[in-house]
Write a protein of this length. Structure first.
Length: 268
C-alpha cells in the first residue's frame, strides 16, 4: 500500500484539516499519516480556539513518520507560524521528501487573513521552492503573484509568475465568483484547464484541504500530476454532490460518498 502524510492542523468537527485529509487519503486508497501543527476548537460556524504545537514537537512527529513509514507523498495545509514552516521545510529537505503538495492556506473564502505577514514570507521562501505543486485559491494566488486576478487570463498569468518564481507546478483554483469551478494547472511552461460544474451546495467546509489531499494521494499511487488533479477534482465533485448537511454553518462534505461494503451498512 502506498502512503501519504498530511502536515496540518486538527479540526475538532472533522470537516477540514487533518481529519478531512485522512478521510480523503483513505478513500483514495493510500495509508494516511499525520503530523499535527495545531489543535483547534472549531465547528461549522467558526473557530473559537487554537493551540499550536512547538517546533520541537512537530519535528519529533516528522522524524517518527519518516524514520519508520516513509510517505510516498506529503501534503501541507494551514501552518500559522514562521517557526513551524521553517521546521517543516527543514525536515522535508532532510528526508528528501517527494511529491510535496503545498496548500498555501493564507486567506479564507470570506477574504479574512489566516496567517501573519512574516509567516507568508517564510512560506514563500521555505516551502514553495521545494513543492511539487502549490494549490492557491484566487486570493492566495493574488498574494503569491502580487497581482489582481479578475479573469481567466489573469489566472494564467498569475500561475506562470508563481511557477517560474518558485520552480513548481501551480494549480490556480477557480471559484470565488471567477471561472466557475474551473481550475488552471501551470506546469513547466504549459497550461491545462480542468473544467468543473459548480455544485449548488452551501456546505463546502474543507474543500481546499480535500482537493490537495486527493492530489497527494494520487501522486503517491504513481499517477502523473495532470491525472492526479483530474482524479482529485472528480473525487471532490462526488463528495459535494452527495449533499451532506450537518451543522449550523458551512458544513462538511461527505468524504465517504463512495464507501460501500459490509462495514458501511447501517442497522436495519
Amino acid at each position: 500500500m502506498r502512503t501519504a502524510l498530511t502536515i496540518a492542523g486538527s479540526d475538532s468537527c472533522g470537516g477540514a484539516g487533518i481529519q478531512a485529509d485522512m478521510k480523503t487519503m483513505t478513500m483514495n486508497g493510500v495509508f494516511a499519516m499525520s503530523a499535527i501543527t495545531a489543535l483547534t476548537a472549531q465547528n461549522t460556524t467558526g473557530v473559537t480556539g487554537i493551540m499550536e504545537v512547538t517546533p520541537e514537537f512537530l519535528a519529533m512527529q516528522l522524524d517518527a513518520v519518516f524514520t519508520d513509514i516513509r510517505p510516498d507523498a506529503v501534503k501541507t495545509g494551514m501552518v500559522s507560524s514562521d517557526k513551524l514552516i521553517k521546521t517543516i521545510a527543514a525536515k522535508l529537505r532532510e528526508y528528501k521528501a517527494e511529491n510535496i503538495v503545498v496548500d498555501p492556506v493564507m486567506v479564507a473564502t470570506s477574504g479574512a487573513k489566516l496567517i501573519a505577514d512574516e509567516a507568508v514570507e517564510t512560506l514563500k521562501a521555505e516551502l514553495l521552492p521545494i513543492a511539487t505543486v502549490v494549490t492557491p485559491n484566487i486570493p492566495e494566488a493574488e498574494i503569491l503573484a502580487d497581482m489582481k486576478i479578475t479573469s481567466q487570463d489573469d489566472m494564467v498569468k498569475a500561475a506562470q509568475i508563481i511557477g517560474e518564481k518558485y520552480s513548481c507546478a501551480v494549480l490556480c483554483k477557480g471559484g470565488h465568483s471567477l471561472s466557475d469551478a474551473n481550475d488552471l494547472l501551470w506546469y513547466s511552461g504549459s497550461t491545462q484547464w480542468f473544467n468543473g460544474k459548480r455544485i449548488d451546495n452551501p456546505n463546502t467546509h474543507g474543500t481546499g484541504c480535500t482537493l490537495s489531499s486527493a492530489i497527494a494521494s494520487n501522486l503517491a499511487k504513481g499517477f502523473t500530476l495532470e491525472k492526479s488533479v483530474e482524479r482529485a477534482k472528480d473525487y471532490i465533485s462526488g463528495a459535494l454532490a452527495a449533499m451532506l448537511d450537518l451543522g449550523k454553518g458551512s458544513g462538511p462534505m461527505n468524504h465517504a460518498f463512495a464507501l460501500s461494503g459490509e462495514f458501511a451498512k447501517e442497522a436495519k
